[in-house]
Ligand binder design. Structure first.
Ligand code: SF4
Length: 521
Protein backbone atom coordinates (compact mmCIF):
# COMPACT_ATOMS: atom_id res chain seq x y z
CA UNK A 1 0.00 0.00 0.00
CA UNK A 2 1.14 3.54 -0.72
CA UNK A 3 0.05 6.79 0.87
CA UNK A 4 1.06 10.33 -0.04
CA UNK A 5 1.18 12.82 2.82
CA UNK A 6 0.72 16.41 1.75
CA UNK A 7 1.78 19.65 3.43
CA UNK A 8 -0.61 22.14 1.82
CA UNK A 9 -0.28 25.87 1.13
CA UNK A 10 -0.15 28.49 2.62
CA UNK A 11 2.45 28.34 5.39
CA UNK A 12 5.87 29.93 5.85
CA UNK A 13 8.24 27.95 3.55
CA UNK A 14 11.54 28.27 5.37
CA UNK A 15 11.94 24.64 6.53
CA UNK A 16 10.47 21.19 5.95
CA UNK A 17 7.30 20.26 7.90
CA UNK A 18 7.86 18.09 10.98
CA UNK A 19 4.36 16.53 11.11
CA UNK A 20 4.42 14.48 7.92
CA UNK A 21 8.13 13.66 8.36
CA UNK A 22 7.27 12.16 11.78
CA UNK A 23 4.36 10.16 10.31
CA UNK A 24 6.53 8.78 7.52
CA UNK A 25 9.20 7.69 10.01
CA UNK A 26 6.63 5.94 12.18
CA UNK A 27 4.44 4.25 9.55
CA UNK A 28 7.36 2.94 7.49
CA UNK A 29 9.10 1.61 10.59
CA UNK A 30 6.01 -0.28 11.70
CA UNK A 31 4.60 -1.59 8.42
CA UNK A 32 5.30 -2.30 4.77
CA UNK A 33 3.29 0.73 3.77
CA UNK A 34 5.18 3.09 1.51
CA UNK A 35 4.85 6.73 2.59
CA UNK A 36 5.70 9.61 0.29
CA UNK A 37 5.84 13.16 1.71
CA UNK A 38 5.08 16.06 -0.60
CA UNK A 39 5.50 19.71 0.37
CA UNK A 40 2.98 21.34 -1.95
CA UNK A 41 3.36 24.53 0.06
CA UNK A 42 6.93 24.90 -1.16
CA UNK A 43 5.87 24.26 -4.77
CA UNK A 44 3.09 26.84 -4.35
CA UNK A 45 5.56 29.51 -3.30
CA UNK A 46 7.94 28.67 -6.15
CA UNK A 47 5.07 28.93 -8.59
CA UNK A 48 3.60 32.20 -7.27
CA UNK A 49 6.99 33.87 -7.02
CA UNK A 50 8.20 32.74 -10.45
CA UNK A 51 4.99 33.82 -12.14
CA UNK A 52 5.18 37.21 -10.47
CA UNK A 53 8.87 37.66 -11.30
CA UNK A 54 8.20 36.61 -14.93
CA UNK A 55 5.36 39.18 -15.21
CA UNK A 56 2.66 36.55 -15.68
CA UNK A 57 0.49 38.48 -13.24
CA UNK A 58 0.51 41.80 -11.48
CA UNK A 59 -0.66 43.20 -8.18
CA UNK A 60 -0.31 46.83 -9.26
CA UNK A 61 2.99 47.51 -7.52
CA UNK A 62 5.29 47.91 -10.49
CA UNK A 63 8.75 46.77 -11.49
CA UNK A 64 10.44 47.69 -8.20
CA UNK A 65 8.24 45.18 -6.42
CA UNK A 66 9.24 42.43 -8.88
CA UNK A 67 12.92 43.18 -8.36
CA UNK A 68 12.54 43.03 -4.58
CA UNK A 69 10.68 39.71 -4.72
CA UNK A 70 13.39 38.32 -7.04
CA UNK A 71 16.06 39.49 -4.64
CA UNK A 72 14.15 38.05 -1.67
CA UNK A 73 13.97 34.66 -3.35
CA UNK A 74 17.66 34.81 -4.05
CA UNK A 75 18.91 35.85 -0.61
CA UNK A 76 16.45 33.65 1.31
CA UNK A 77 17.68 30.59 -0.58
CA UNK A 78 21.36 31.36 -0.98
CA UNK A 79 22.20 33.74 1.87
CA UNK A 80 25.23 35.88 1.11
CA UNK A 81 26.05 39.18 2.74
CA UNK A 82 22.77 40.82 1.63
CA UNK A 83 20.78 38.34 3.74
CA UNK A 84 22.55 39.65 6.82
CA UNK A 85 22.11 43.31 5.92
CA UNK A 86 18.81 44.60 7.36
CA UNK A 87 18.75 47.41 4.78
CA UNK A 88 18.49 44.78 2.03
CA UNK A 89 16.69 42.03 3.96
CA UNK A 90 13.89 44.23 5.26
CA UNK A 91 12.39 45.59 2.01
CA UNK A 92 12.84 42.19 0.35
CA UNK A 93 11.05 40.35 3.19
CA UNK A 94 8.33 42.99 3.21
CA UNK A 95 7.63 42.58 -0.52
CA UNK A 96 7.83 38.78 -0.39
CA UNK A 97 5.43 38.59 2.53
CA UNK A 98 2.92 41.06 1.16
CA UNK A 99 2.90 39.49 -2.30
CA UNK A 100 1.99 36.10 -0.84
CA UNK A 101 -0.56 37.66 1.50
CA UNK A 102 -2.21 39.51 -1.39
CA UNK A 103 -2.28 36.39 -3.58
CA UNK A 104 -3.75 34.33 -0.72
CA UNK A 105 -6.44 36.92 -0.14
CA UNK A 106 -7.44 36.77 -3.82
CA UNK A 107 -7.10 32.97 -3.94
CA UNK A 108 -9.18 32.24 -0.87
CA UNK A 109 -12.42 33.39 -2.48
CA UNK A 110 -11.66 31.50 -5.71
CA UNK A 111 -10.74 28.37 -3.76
CA UNK A 112 -14.12 28.40 -2.00
CA UNK A 113 -15.83 29.07 -5.34
CA UNK A 114 -14.19 25.87 -6.59
CA UNK A 115 -15.01 23.99 -3.39
CA UNK A 116 -18.68 24.93 -3.44
CA UNK A 117 -19.16 24.89 -7.23
CA UNK A 118 -16.72 25.34 -10.09
CA UNK A 119 -13.78 27.55 -10.98
CA UNK A 120 -11.69 26.31 -13.90
CA UNK A 121 -8.72 28.55 -13.13
CA UNK A 122 -8.41 27.06 -9.65
CA UNK A 123 -8.91 23.55 -10.97
CA UNK A 124 -6.18 24.01 -13.58
CA UNK A 125 -3.76 25.59 -11.14
CA UNK A 126 -4.22 22.78 -8.61
CA UNK A 127 -3.95 20.13 -11.30
CA UNK A 128 -0.18 20.55 -11.56
CA UNK A 129 0.21 19.26 -7.99
CA UNK A 130 -1.39 15.91 -8.83
CA UNK A 131 1.77 14.86 -10.57
CA UNK A 132 3.71 15.36 -7.33
CA UNK A 133 1.11 13.38 -5.37
CA UNK A 134 1.41 10.45 -7.80
CA UNK A 135 -1.00 7.53 -7.77
CA UNK A 136 -1.18 6.40 -4.15
CA UNK A 137 -3.90 4.33 -2.45
CA UNK A 138 -4.72 7.17 -0.05
CA UNK A 139 -3.79 10.83 0.47
CA UNK A 140 -3.35 12.49 3.88
CA UNK A 141 -3.22 16.24 4.56
CA UNK A 142 -1.32 17.64 7.54
CA UNK A 143 -2.90 21.02 8.30
CA UNK A 144 -1.01 23.06 10.82
CA UNK A 145 -2.59 26.48 10.44
CA UNK A 146 -6.01 27.83 9.46
CA UNK A 147 -4.47 29.43 6.35
CA UNK A 148 -3.86 25.95 4.93
CA UNK A 149 -7.52 24.89 5.14
CA UNK A 150 -8.89 26.36 1.84
CA UNK A 151 -6.18 24.73 -0.30
CA UNK A 152 -6.56 21.44 1.59
CA UNK A 153 -10.30 21.17 0.91
CA UNK A 154 -9.93 22.28 -2.71
CA UNK A 155 -7.18 19.73 -3.30
CA UNK A 156 -9.24 17.04 -1.54
CA UNK A 157 -12.03 17.74 -4.02
CA UNK A 158 -9.67 17.41 -6.97
CA UNK A 159 -8.18 14.19 -5.58
CA UNK A 160 -11.64 12.71 -5.16
CA UNK A 161 -12.55 13.62 -8.74
CA UNK A 162 -9.29 12.52 -10.35
CA UNK A 163 -7.64 9.86 -8.19
CA UNK A 164 -10.76 8.55 -6.42
CA UNK A 165 -8.85 7.45 -3.31
CA UNK A 166 -9.57 7.97 0.41
CA UNK A 167 -8.63 11.40 1.76
CA UNK A 168 -7.53 11.89 5.38
CA UNK A 169 -7.22 15.21 7.25
CA UNK A 170 -5.17 15.74 10.40
CA UNK A 171 -2.86 18.24 12.13
CA UNK A 172 -3.05 21.05 14.67
CA UNK A 173 -5.55 23.18 12.73
CA UNK A 174 -8.24 20.46 12.66
CA UNK A 175 -8.17 20.31 16.48
CA UNK A 176 -10.65 23.17 16.98
CA UNK A 177 -13.58 21.66 15.04
CA UNK A 178 -12.59 18.22 13.73
CA UNK A 179 -16.15 16.98 13.09
CA UNK A 180 -17.00 20.07 11.04
CA UNK A 181 -14.79 18.88 8.17
CA UNK A 182 -16.95 15.77 7.74
CA UNK A 183 -20.13 17.65 8.44
CA UNK A 184 -19.48 20.16 5.64
CA UNK A 185 -17.25 18.33 3.17
CA UNK A 186 -17.74 14.59 3.54
CA UNK A 187 -17.97 14.24 -0.24
CA UNK A 188 -14.25 15.14 -0.37
CA UNK A 189 -12.90 14.10 3.03
CA UNK A 190 -13.29 10.52 4.28
CA UNK A 191 -11.48 10.58 7.61
CA UNK A 192 -10.26 13.10 10.14
CA UNK A 193 -7.58 12.22 12.68
CA UNK A 194 -7.70 14.32 15.85
CA UNK A 195 -4.68 14.69 18.13
CA UNK A 196 -1.66 12.40 17.89
CA UNK A 197 -1.59 10.91 14.41
CA UNK A 198 0.94 8.07 14.33
CA UNK A 199 -1.03 5.09 15.64
CA UNK A 200 -4.34 6.34 14.22
CA UNK A 201 -2.91 6.65 10.71
CA UNK A 202 -1.18 3.28 10.81
CA UNK A 203 -4.31 1.52 12.08
CA UNK A 204 -6.53 3.41 9.65
CA UNK A 205 -4.43 2.36 6.67
CA UNK A 206 -4.79 -1.24 7.82
CA UNK A 207 -8.45 -0.68 8.76
CA UNK A 208 -9.43 0.79 5.37
CA UNK A 209 -8.67 -2.61 3.85
CA UNK A 210 -10.34 -4.56 6.62
CA UNK A 211 -13.28 -2.13 6.94
CA UNK A 212 -12.87 -2.08 10.70
CA UNK A 213 -12.79 1.51 11.97
CA UNK A 214 -14.65 1.55 15.24
CA UNK A 215 -11.67 0.57 17.40
CA UNK A 216 -9.27 3.11 15.95
CA UNK A 217 -8.69 5.78 18.57
CA UNK A 218 -8.54 9.42 17.43
CA UNK A 219 -10.48 8.65 14.24
CA UNK A 220 -13.56 10.51 13.02
CA UNK A 221 -15.46 9.01 10.08
CA UNK A 222 -18.91 8.66 8.61
CA UNK A 223 -21.04 5.58 8.97
CA UNK A 224 -24.64 5.26 7.79
CA UNK A 225 -24.80 9.01 7.26
CA UNK A 226 -23.72 9.67 10.84
CA UNK A 227 -20.42 11.12 12.03
CA UNK A 228 -18.68 8.71 14.39
CA UNK A 229 -16.00 10.13 16.63
CA UNK A 230 -13.84 7.52 18.37
CA UNK A 231 -12.23 8.21 21.73
CA UNK A 232 -9.05 10.24 21.67
CA UNK A 233 -5.94 8.95 23.38
CA UNK A 234 -2.38 10.21 23.49
CA UNK A 235 0.88 8.56 22.61
CA UNK A 236 2.38 8.18 26.08
CA UNK A 237 5.82 6.83 25.39
CA UNK A 238 7.48 9.29 23.05
CA UNK A 239 10.78 7.40 23.22
CA UNK A 240 9.20 4.61 21.18
CA UNK A 241 8.63 6.92 18.22
CA UNK A 242 11.34 6.89 15.56
CA UNK A 243 13.07 10.04 14.33
CA UNK A 244 11.20 12.12 11.74
CA UNK A 245 12.15 11.10 8.21
CA UNK A 246 12.89 14.18 6.09
CA UNK A 247 14.34 12.20 3.18
CA UNK A 248 11.52 13.08 0.74
CA UNK A 249 12.06 16.83 1.06
CA UNK A 250 14.37 19.00 -1.02
CA UNK A 251 15.98 20.41 2.09
CA UNK A 252 18.33 22.68 0.15
CA UNK A 253 15.45 24.31 -1.67
CA UNK A 254 13.64 26.02 1.23
CA UNK A 255 13.52 29.77 1.60
CA UNK A 256 16.26 29.84 4.22
CA UNK A 257 20.02 29.92 3.65
CA UNK A 258 20.65 27.11 6.16
CA UNK A 259 18.74 23.86 6.67
CA UNK A 260 16.70 24.17 9.87
CA UNK A 261 15.36 20.86 11.20
CA UNK A 262 12.41 20.74 13.59
CA UNK A 263 12.26 18.31 16.51
CA UNK A 264 9.99 17.91 19.52
CA UNK A 265 11.47 17.38 22.97
CA UNK A 266 7.95 16.97 24.41
CA UNK A 267 4.29 17.03 23.40
CA UNK A 268 1.46 19.03 24.91
CA UNK A 269 1.78 21.87 27.39
CA UNK A 270 2.82 21.58 31.04
CA UNK A 271 0.76 24.65 32.00
CA UNK A 272 -2.59 24.46 30.13
CA UNK A 273 -4.17 27.36 31.98
CA UNK A 274 -3.81 30.50 29.83
CA UNK A 275 -7.30 32.00 29.46
CA UNK A 276 -6.84 32.93 25.79
CA UNK A 277 -5.53 29.52 24.72
CA UNK A 278 -7.89 27.51 22.54
CA UNK A 279 -5.95 24.29 23.12
CA UNK A 280 -6.02 23.87 26.91
CA UNK A 281 -8.76 21.21 26.92
CA UNK A 282 -7.45 19.24 23.95
CA UNK A 283 -6.54 15.68 24.92
CA UNK A 284 -3.34 15.93 22.88
CA UNK A 285 -2.22 18.85 25.07
CA UNK A 286 -1.51 16.41 27.92
CA UNK A 287 2.15 16.91 28.68
CA UNK A 288 4.61 14.14 27.82
CA UNK A 289 8.38 14.27 27.58
CA UNK A 290 11.08 12.28 25.87
CA UNK A 291 14.08 11.05 27.77
CA UNK A 292 17.14 13.21 27.28
CA UNK A 293 19.05 10.16 26.04
CA UNK A 294 16.48 9.47 23.34
CA UNK A 295 16.48 13.13 22.31
CA UNK A 296 20.28 13.23 22.06
CA UNK A 297 20.29 10.13 19.87
CA UNK A 298 17.72 11.65 17.56
CA UNK A 299 19.51 14.98 17.27
CA UNK A 300 22.82 13.24 16.52
CA UNK A 301 21.13 11.14 13.86
CA UNK A 302 19.37 14.11 12.22
CA UNK A 303 22.50 16.23 12.35
CA UNK A 304 24.53 13.59 10.55
CA UNK A 305 21.84 12.49 8.11
CA UNK A 306 20.86 15.98 6.96
CA UNK A 307 24.21 17.69 7.52
CA UNK A 308 23.03 20.66 9.51
CA UNK A 309 23.65 22.25 12.91
CA UNK A 310 20.46 24.36 12.91
CA UNK A 311 17.44 23.15 14.86
CA UNK A 312 14.06 24.34 16.02
CA UNK A 313 12.65 22.78 19.20
CA UNK A 314 9.03 23.03 18.16
CA UNK A 315 7.49 22.30 21.59
CA UNK A 316 4.53 24.33 22.82
CA UNK A 317 6.61 25.32 25.83
CA UNK A 318 9.72 23.89 27.50
CA UNK A 319 9.92 24.06 31.30
CA UNK A 320 13.12 25.37 32.97
CA UNK A 321 13.92 22.02 34.63
CA UNK A 322 13.69 20.32 31.23
CA UNK A 323 15.90 22.96 29.67
CA UNK A 324 18.50 22.24 32.33
CA UNK A 325 18.46 18.52 31.53
CA UNK A 326 18.44 19.04 27.75
CA UNK A 327 21.19 21.68 27.81
CA UNK A 328 23.40 19.53 30.02
CA UNK A 329 22.76 16.57 27.72
CA UNK A 330 23.76 18.62 24.66
CA UNK A 331 26.93 19.84 26.38
CA UNK A 332 27.96 16.47 27.83
CA UNK A 333 27.40 14.74 24.50
CA UNK A 334 29.32 17.49 22.74
CA UNK A 335 26.54 17.73 20.16
CA UNK A 336 27.32 21.22 18.83
CA UNK A 337 24.13 22.73 17.44
CA UNK A 338 22.33 26.05 17.27
CA UNK A 339 18.68 26.11 18.19
CA UNK A 340 15.74 28.33 19.00
CA UNK A 341 12.54 27.61 20.84
CA UNK A 342 9.81 29.11 22.99
CA UNK A 343 9.31 29.39 26.74
CA UNK A 344 7.39 31.09 29.50
CA UNK A 345 9.48 33.82 31.22
CA UNK A 346 9.42 32.61 34.82
CA UNK A 347 12.07 33.20 37.47
CA UNK A 348 13.46 29.67 37.28
CA UNK A 349 15.16 30.85 34.09
CA UNK A 350 17.99 32.27 36.15
CA UNK A 351 21.44 33.43 35.17
CA UNK A 352 23.07 30.07 35.57
CA UNK A 353 20.45 28.19 33.55
CA UNK A 354 20.41 30.73 30.72
CA UNK A 355 24.21 30.59 30.47
CA UNK A 356 24.08 26.79 30.34
CA UNK A 357 21.41 27.02 27.64
CA UNK A 358 23.56 29.38 25.60
CA UNK A 359 26.54 27.07 25.98
CA UNK A 360 24.37 24.20 24.70
CA UNK A 361 23.52 26.13 21.51
CA UNK A 362 20.37 28.09 22.41
CA UNK A 363 20.51 31.25 20.30
CA UNK A 364 16.98 32.69 20.50
CA UNK A 365 13.89 32.22 22.65
CA UNK A 366 10.36 33.36 21.84
CA UNK A 367 8.98 34.42 25.22
CA UNK A 368 5.26 34.58 26.00
CA UNK A 369 5.38 37.97 27.75
CA UNK A 370 1.78 38.93 26.78
CA UNK A 371 1.36 42.07 28.94
CA UNK A 372 3.20 44.58 31.14
CA UNK A 373 0.23 44.80 33.50
CA UNK A 374 0.28 42.44 36.47
CA UNK A 375 -3.52 42.50 36.79
CA UNK A 376 -3.89 41.44 33.14
CA UNK A 377 -1.27 38.70 33.53
CA UNK A 378 -3.12 37.40 36.59
CA UNK A 379 -6.45 37.47 34.75
CA UNK A 380 -4.89 35.54 31.86
CA UNK A 381 -3.67 33.11 34.50
CA UNK A 382 -0.24 33.25 32.97
CA UNK A 383 1.75 32.30 36.06
CA UNK A 384 4.21 35.11 35.39
CA UNK A 385 5.27 38.24 37.18
CA UNK A 386 6.31 41.52 35.53
CA UNK A 387 9.49 41.83 37.61
CA UNK A 388 10.52 38.25 36.91
CA UNK A 389 9.85 38.68 33.18
CA UNK A 390 12.09 41.72 33.15
CA UNK A 391 14.87 39.85 34.96
CA UNK A 392 14.59 36.87 32.62
CA UNK A 393 14.89 39.10 29.52
CA UNK A 394 17.90 40.90 30.96
CA UNK A 395 19.69 37.74 32.06
CA UNK A 396 18.93 36.00 28.79
CA UNK A 397 20.40 38.97 26.94
CA UNK A 398 23.51 38.94 29.08
CA UNK A 399 23.89 35.19 28.51
CA UNK A 400 24.01 35.90 24.74
CA UNK A 401 20.54 34.58 23.88
CA UNK A 402 18.35 36.77 21.63
CA UNK A 403 14.92 37.59 22.99
CA UNK A 404 11.80 37.50 20.82
CA UNK A 405 8.83 38.85 22.73
CA UNK A 406 5.14 38.12 22.24
CA UNK A 407 2.86 40.78 23.73
CA UNK A 408 -0.59 42.06 22.89
CA UNK A 409 -3.06 44.75 23.84
CA UNK A 410 -6.81 44.70 24.22
CA UNK A 411 -7.28 41.76 26.58
CA UNK A 412 -10.91 41.97 27.82
CA UNK A 413 -11.20 44.43 30.77
CA UNK A 414 -7.76 45.96 30.02
CA UNK A 415 -7.84 49.72 30.63
CA UNK A 416 -5.94 52.33 28.67
CA UNK A 417 -3.63 52.74 31.65
CA UNK A 418 -2.85 49.01 31.59
CA UNK A 419 -2.24 49.16 27.85
CA UNK A 420 0.30 51.91 28.59
CA UNK A 421 1.96 49.66 31.17
CA UNK A 422 2.71 47.19 28.36
CA UNK A 423 4.15 50.00 26.25
CA UNK A 424 6.24 51.17 29.21
CA UNK A 425 7.42 47.63 29.87
CA UNK A 426 8.59 47.30 26.27
CA UNK A 427 10.20 50.74 26.40
CA UNK A 428 12.04 49.94 29.65
CA UNK A 429 13.36 46.70 28.25
CA UNK A 430 13.94 47.66 24.66
CA UNK A 431 17.70 47.16 24.99
CA UNK A 432 17.03 43.49 25.80
CA UNK A 433 14.43 42.82 23.08
CA UNK A 434 15.63 41.66 19.66
CA UNK A 435 12.35 40.72 17.98
CA UNK A 436 8.79 41.60 18.92
CA UNK A 437 5.52 39.98 17.88
CA UNK A 438 3.23 42.59 19.41
CA UNK A 439 -0.35 42.38 18.26
CA UNK A 440 -3.98 42.48 19.24
CA UNK A 441 -5.92 40.16 21.48
CA UNK A 442 -8.08 37.71 19.50
CA UNK A 443 -10.92 35.72 20.95
CA UNK A 444 -10.70 32.08 19.92
CA UNK A 445 -13.10 29.18 20.15
CA UNK A 446 -12.66 26.72 23.05
CA UNK A 447 -10.62 29.21 25.11
CA UNK A 448 -11.51 29.87 28.75
CA UNK A 449 -12.71 33.35 27.73
CA UNK A 450 -14.98 31.92 25.05
CA UNK A 451 -16.45 29.37 27.45
CA UNK A 452 -16.77 31.69 30.42
CA UNK A 453 -17.18 35.22 28.99
CA UNK A 454 -18.81 36.76 32.09
CA UNK A 455 -15.61 36.18 34.09
CA UNK A 456 -13.90 38.55 31.64
CA UNK A 457 -16.78 41.07 31.65
CA UNK A 458 -17.79 40.08 28.12
CA UNK A 459 -21.49 40.69 27.68
CA UNK A 460 -21.94 39.56 24.09
CA UNK A 461 -19.96 37.44 21.62
CA UNK A 462 -20.81 37.86 17.95
CA UNK A 463 -19.61 35.36 15.35
CA UNK A 464 -18.88 37.15 12.10
CA UNK A 465 -19.38 34.99 9.04
CA UNK A 466 -16.22 34.31 7.09
CA UNK A 467 -15.84 32.56 3.73
CA UNK A 468 -13.80 29.93 5.58
CA UNK A 469 -16.15 28.22 8.08
CA UNK A 470 -13.20 26.88 10.02
CA UNK A 471 -11.88 30.28 11.07
CA UNK A 472 -14.65 32.00 12.94
CA UNK A 473 -13.94 35.65 13.65
CA UNK A 474 -15.47 36.90 16.87
CA UNK A 475 -16.27 40.39 17.92
CA UNK A 476 -17.48 41.02 21.45
CA UNK A 477 -18.77 43.66 23.81
CA UNK A 478 -17.44 44.21 27.32
CA UNK A 479 -18.71 46.17 30.27
CA UNK A 480 -15.21 47.13 31.44
CA UNK A 481 -11.97 48.28 29.86
CA UNK A 482 -11.22 49.48 26.35
CA UNK A 483 -13.39 48.35 23.46
CA UNK A 484 -12.15 46.14 20.63
CA UNK A 485 -12.26 49.18 18.36
CA UNK A 486 -10.18 51.23 20.80
CA UNK A 487 -7.54 48.51 21.05
CA UNK A 488 -7.20 48.58 17.24
CA UNK A 489 -6.78 52.37 17.35
CA UNK A 490 -4.14 52.11 20.09
CA UNK A 491 -2.31 49.44 18.13
CA UNK A 492 -2.27 51.61 15.00
CA UNK A 493 -1.08 54.63 16.99
CA UNK A 494 1.83 52.67 18.45
CA UNK A 495 2.73 50.53 15.46
CA UNK A 496 5.92 52.40 14.61
CA UNK A 497 7.10 52.03 18.22
CA UNK A 498 6.45 48.24 18.08
CA UNK A 499 8.22 47.88 14.75
CA UNK A 500 11.15 49.94 16.03
CA UNK A 501 11.78 47.40 18.79
CA UNK A 502 13.09 44.92 16.23
CA UNK A 503 16.87 45.03 16.14
CA UNK A 504 17.17 43.48 12.69
CA UNK A 505 13.78 43.28 10.97
CA UNK A 506 10.13 42.95 12.04
CA UNK A 507 9.90 40.11 9.50
CA UNK A 508 11.98 37.82 11.70
CA UNK A 509 8.71 37.39 13.60
CA UNK A 510 7.22 35.85 10.44
CA UNK A 511 10.26 34.05 9.03
CA UNK A 512 11.33 32.61 12.36
CA UNK A 513 13.93 30.22 11.03
CA UNK A 514 15.74 33.29 9.70
CA UNK A 515 15.97 34.55 13.27
CA UNK A 516 18.25 31.64 14.14
CA UNK A 517 20.44 32.19 11.10
CA UNK A 518 20.71 35.98 11.41
CA UNK A 519 21.46 35.91 15.12
CA UNK A 520 23.84 33.01 15.01
CA UNK A 521 26.14 33.83 12.10
S1 SF4 B 1 -0.87 29.53 25.53
FE1 SF4 B 1 0.90 28.17 25.49
S2 SF4 B 1 1.58 28.07 27.65
FE2 SF4 B 1 -0.50 28.86 27.67
S3 SF4 B 1 -1.76 27.06 27.95
FE3 SF4 B 1 -1.66 27.42 25.73
S4 SF4 B 1 0.04 26.15 25.01
FE4 SF4 B 1 0.22 26.33 27.26
Amino acid sequence: MRITLVYPPVAIPTSAPLGIAALKGFVEKNSNINVKCVDINLSYYENVLDKFINKEFDIGKGEKSRQLVKKAKDIFKKGGKDFYDPKVYNPCANEFFHLVEKVSEINNNSLFEFIYGQNDNVRNSLFRYLEKIGKPDAVGFSILTAEQIPHSIAMAKLIKEELKVPVIFGGGAVRVSPELFLDKFSQYIDYVVKGDGEYALLRLLRGIKEGNLKDINNLIYRKNNKIESNDEIITEKLDFLPAPDYSDFELDNYFCPKKVISVLTSRGCYWRKCAFCSDCDAVSMNYRIRSVRNLMEEIKLLKTKYKTDYFYFADEMIAPSRFKAISEGLIQNNIGLNYYTQAMPIKEFDNELLKTMYKSGCRAIMWGVESGSQRVLDLINKNTNVTDIQNVLRQSNSAGIKNAVYAFGGFPTETEEEYKQTLQFLQRNMAYIDVQFTGLFRLTKNSEIYKNPAKFSITNIIENKSVNPFVPIYSYETKEGITQQKSVELYDENLSFFLGLNKFSPFLGKFRDHMLIVFND
